[in-house]
Design a protein around this ligand. Sequence first.
Ligand SMILES: *[C@@H]1O[C@H](CO)[C@@H](O)[C@H](O)[C@H]1NC(C)=O
Ligand SMILES: *[C@@H]1O[C@H](CO)[C@@H](O)[C@H](O)[C@H]1NC(C)=O
Length: 228
Amino acid sequence: SLSFSISFLFYIHGFSISTLAVLALAFAQALAYDPSPLQDFCVADLNSPIFINGFVCKNPNLVTAQDFFASGLNIAGNTQNKVGFNVTLVNVQRLPGLNTLGVSIARLDYAPNGLNPLHTHPRATEILTVIRGTLLVGFVTSSPNNTLFQRVLRPGDVFVFPIGLIHFQLNVGRGPAVAISGFNSQNPGLIVIADAVFGSNPPIPVQVLEKSFQVGQNVIQELQAQFK
Ligand SMILES: *[C@@H]1O[C@H](CO)[C@@H](O)[C@H](O)[C@H]1NC(C)=O
Ligand SMILES: *[C@@H]1O[C@H](CO)[C@@H](O)[C@H](O)[C@H]1NC(C)=O
C-alpha cells in the first residue's frame, strides 16, 4: 500500500511536471516573437556566408552610429500601381543595427481609394498610426470565428493588428493618406493573400483552389490570371 502511494505520488508528480512543461512551452511560444538579445547590439553582417536565425554580428569594434541609422521615411512611396499603395519598410536589411532587437518600422502611402491589400505578417504584430488622411482598417480573427474587427482612423489614431492575422487598410478619404507602422520583429515578413494563393510559383493545382474556394475552374483561372 505504501509503495502504491509512493508510485501514485510519483505518477502525479511526473504528470504535473510534464503538464507544466507543456504549459510552459505553450506559454513561451505564445510570447516568443524575435529572440532577446544576448549583448548590447549585434549589428547584422549582411554579407556573411553563415546562415543563422537572423544575421551574424559585425565585429563590434567596427560598429559606428551609421549602423543604427536609416533615412528616407519623409519621402512618399510611388502609389501609381494597381492597388494605389506603397510601403517603405525599414527592416534589418535596410538598418543592420536592428538585428536581434525585434523591431522595425514602415511608412505607408495610399493614393485616394488606395488599398494595402489583404495580407499577414508571419512574425510580427503591427501598430499603426495615421499621419494624414482617413483609413478604414481591419483584421479577421482565426477560425472558426473569423470575426472582422474594423474601424475608420484619422490623423493621430492608433490601431493594432495582432500577429499573424489577415488585415488591410483602405484609404476612404478624399486625398492621399500616410501612416507609420511599427513591428515587433526585425523582419516581420509579408504574405499577400492573393499573391500567395493565386500567384504562387508554380501555381497551386486548380483542383485544390476549386475545392478550397468552392467555385469552378473558370473563376479560379480568372483569379490566377490577375496575379501571374
Ligand atoms: C514604391 O515606391 C518606390 C519609390 O518611389 C518605387 O521604387 C517602387 O517601385 C514602388 N513600389 C510599387 C509596388 O509601386
Ligand atoms: C468565438 O466564438 C464563440 C462562439 O460565439 C465564443 O464563445 C468564443 O469566445 C469566440 N472566440 C474568440 C477568440 O473570440
